[in-house]
Write a protein that binds this ligand. Structure first.
Ligand SMILES: O=C1C[C@@H](O)[C@H](O)[C@@H](O)C1=O
Ligand SMILES: [Co+2]
Length: 298
């Protein structure tokens, strides 16, 4: 289905310890997390807040388990702070990832985002960018994309629930306002389904610009409850809105087929944040790994 060596499989540490809610998985250690990733059969990981920041220490711990760093999240504030502030933090993040051997940098604009607010209803409170904010975002991302390119790296933009780039239309707007050579796209199946969008629409519209993939599924009955009870993004995560691919309602067969048809090259990152006390991270990592093998042969 996919060309040999075209796709590598990673898993995000957020199922073991949640950076957005550190009380989820507080007792899970860095070593347990990466050992279980390797045990479940993954080749890579993104970076969590328990990971050592010293590239030497991190390299050694990962190498012992046959893992590499795929990428890591960066919060941009291009719509609400001067460009230079975001650019300085971005360069430090870029240099760390470059030393770790990663070649993509995940960026999400957090200006007026409600994703980290425990009590703001997700479906009522998301920001809608003004023309001025769109212009600042597009221009700023272009600048960050050029900084990434200085190191031969690629900026991949993460559309996300509760932010100004959540819907199919907002993703299309961002792609239109930015240059393909500067800003690529991260495809996150779970965020699109959660937003009520058809993930295939985004794939079909932007495939040549998709350079990183987050695979997560949704539990539709929980998403319905999030809407009905006006829960926030963090409450939704705690309630189990997300799960691993194959365990929810997203039609991954079509997603994989579309990506393969266009010879996708890069990482697939399983990223399914849920409460580790309710969903054993190793059990779900093994479940995800098996599902990907059975659906794609990878
Ligand atoms: O890529 C991601 C990083 C997380 O911190 C975020 O909240 C999650 O939903 C996600 O998709
Ligand atoms: Co994601």
């Amino acid at each position: 289905m996919f060309k040999e060596h075209a796709v590598k499989l990673a898993i995000a540490p957020i199922a073991w310890t949640n950076d957005d809610m550190p009380e989820l998985g507080r007792d899970n250690t860095f070593e347990q997390c990466i050992s279980e990733m390797a045990l479940a059969g993954f080749q890579g990981s993104e970076v969590g807040n328990k990971y050592p920041r010293s590239p030497d220490r991190l390299h050694r711990a990962l190498e012992l388990r046959g893992l590499e760093i795929a990428s890591a999240w960066f919060s941009a504030y291009l719509t609400v702070r001067p460009y230079e502030v975001t650019a300085e933090a971005f360069c430090a993040h870029r240099d760390f990832l470059h030393e770790m051997g990663a070649n993509v940098i995940v960026v999400s604009e957090q200006g007026r985002s409600i994703q980290g607010q425990m009590d703001t209803p997700l479906f009522a409170g998301k920001p809608v960018f003004t023309e001025t904010e769109w212009a600042a975002l597009a221009e700023g991302l272009g600048g960050l994309g050029r900084l990434a390119a200085e190191k031969g790296m690629t900026l991949v933009y993460h559309h996300h629930m509760g932010t100004g780039v959540q819907t199919v239309a907002e993703i299309a707007r961002l792609m239109e306002l930015t240059e393909p050579g500067e800003v690529s796209l991260l495809f996150d199946s779970g965020h699109l389904a959660f937003a009520g969008e058809n993930p295939l629409e985004v794939l079909r519209a932007h495939l040549p610009r998709i350079k990183h993939v987050h695979l997560k599924d949704i539990r539709p009955e929980v998403v319905e409850r999030v809407m009905r009870d006006q829960l926030s993004f963090l409450q939704a995560v705690k309630a189990g809105a997300f799960t691993v691919p194959g365990d929810g309602c997203i039609a991954f067969a079509e997603i994989f087929a579309e990506l393969a048809r266009h010879s996708y090259t890069g990482w697939f990152v399983v990223e399914a944040e849920q409460d580790p006390a309710l969903a054993d991270p190793l059990e779900y990592a093994i479940k995800a790994r098996r599902y990907i093998r059975e659906s794609t042969g990878l």
